[in-house]
Design a protein around this ligand. Structure first.
Ligand code: AMP
Length: 419
């Protein structure tokens, strides 16, 4: 089609079956795992006052370059959510639920990114947030939930990268030292990294550009700037992960994109997809965020997993293939359609997945449709069958052929065949 107005906008796509059902099953599985740990679902607005997201940090790409912000007809400055943690903390500050407050979410976020494989402008995340305690074992619980979820999907190529960015004071001291170091080494950095340095020195550590690798690899490590409080917290997180036998590697360069993190930060990567898109999830602690939004100081920790990319990883590892069958039974009726009207309704009430054709088409056309539908079984009703009080049942995929069965034994017969 020439006119691009009638295409999904750049960076978005339509999910049709079976991908749509895989997405649903993914969220169902996530909800079961988060639910088993006492997390309740929260459904948030898709847009907020822009200030909610500005808390993510002026120097972050999400805020400075990628925000879908707009003025509504009432003159309010709003933005489509680029992530959901900020909204959850806003919701906490607004409603002050009792603590601990444990929630999970699923749904789309919006970022004006350079669209490419595995990087969309509308993408889904699932995640959890837990507010109310500084206990490092809560960090471990949160990480473990993500890890068990990946395991349940059948993923085996996931790596957990772990770091501590220290308390707020540690971070400030570290950023000072880091800025000083990068300033001295400026000539060894790419122009992009030099720009990032001005707005957010921590982000320079994220650079994957070849020109930056040497300077970045010799930069001071955050771990040398941790206070005793932060060290103890970080040790307890590692000890907890060891107890649960969850493997990880400590990556001092892992600062992650958002400004609100303190103490624990973590990321999940996969060996199964391109290095540029290998991050499939991440999270950390954000003990200062609630107070910034006007609530009493309340610690929090959580993660977000990218649904689209995690499903790409599943595809690469040939796991969580998703739905088996769309339809089980297809009813072919050459007597005018009333018989199939009744029998499809009956079978659907019994929980079978059943479809039929409309418009009184020929036997040949209906059989072709039955075949194309993917259904395993065709139920055929012609004048002959009606006269004899039977239905012809035909195995469309296997070797069972066809037989006539009494009309009142259809359900029992299908139960036997389909299990
Ligand atoms: P973040 O909220 O940036 O920490 O991202 C958490 C996870 O969401 C990442 O590890 C990705 O899997 C996924 N993600 C973030 N941005 C995008 C995007 N533009 N397209 C697809 N997935 C994304």
């Amino acid at each position: 089609m020439k006119n691009s107005v009638y295409r999904a906008p750049k960076g978005t796509r339509d999910l049709v079956w079976p991908d749509s059902e895989r997405r649903r099953s993914f969220i169902d599985l996530f909800s079961a795992i988060a639910g088993s740990a006492g997390y309740a679902e929260i459904v948030l607005p898709m847009f907020e006052h822009i200030e909610v997201f500005q808390r993510l940090g002026d120097g972050t790409d999400v805020v400075s370059k990628e925000m879908y912000d707009f003025e509504d007809k009432g003159g309010r400055n709003l933005a489509l959510r680029p992530e959901q943690t900020a909204s959850i903390v806003r919701s906490y500050a607004e409603h002050r639920p009792s603590l601990p407050w444990k929630v999970w979410y699923a749904g789309p976020n919006f970022r004006y990114e350079r669209a490419q494989k595995g990087r969309f402008r509308q993408f889904d995340q699932v995640g959890i947030e837990a507010l109310g305690t500084e206990d490092a074992y809560l960090d471990v619980e949160v990480i473990a939930i993500a890890w068990r979820f990946y395991e349940s999907l059948g993923l085996k190529q996931v790596d957990l990268l772990l770091n501590s960015v220290g308390t707020l004071q540690d971070r400030i001291r570290y950023i000072e030292a880091l800025s000083e170091y990068f300033e001295k080494q400026k000539n060894g950095l790419s122009t992009e990294a030099q720009e990032t340095l001005i707005s957010n020195p921590l982000r320079v550590l994220d650079s994957k550009r070849d020109e930056d690798i040497k300077v970045v690899s010799e930069a001071p490590s955050i771990l040398e700037y941790l206070s005793d409080e932060a060290k103890n917290h970080f040790n307890k997180v590692q000890e907890g992960l060891n107890k649960l036998k969850i493997p990880y590697s400590v990556k001092p360069n892992l600062v992650r994109g958002l400004d609100y993190y303190v103490q624990t930060t973590f990321e999940f990567t996969t060996k199964s997809i391109d290095a540029a898109q290998d991050a499939i999830g991440g999270g950390g602690r954000y003990d200062g965020l609630a107070a910034e939004m006007g609530a009493p100081a309340t610690p929090g920790v959580g993660f977000a997993l990218g649904l689209d990319r995690t499903l790409m990883a599943c595809e690469a590892e040939k796991t969580f293939i998703g739905p088996g069958q769309f339809l089980q039974v297809y009813v072919v009726d050459t007597t005018g359609g009333e018989n199939s009207l009744v029998i499809t309704d009956e079978l659907r009430q019994k929980g079978f997945k059943v479809d039929r054709s409309f418009g009184n088409r020929s036997m040949k056309a209906q059989m072709k449709a039955a075949d194309k539908s993917g259904a395993k079984i065709a139920l055929i009703i012609g004048e002959d069958e009606v006269e004899k009080g039977v239905v012809t049942i035909r195995d469309l995929r296997g070797e069972e052929g066809q037989e006539e069965i009494a009309s009142d034994s259809v359900i029992a017969n299908l139960e036997k065949r389909l299990g």
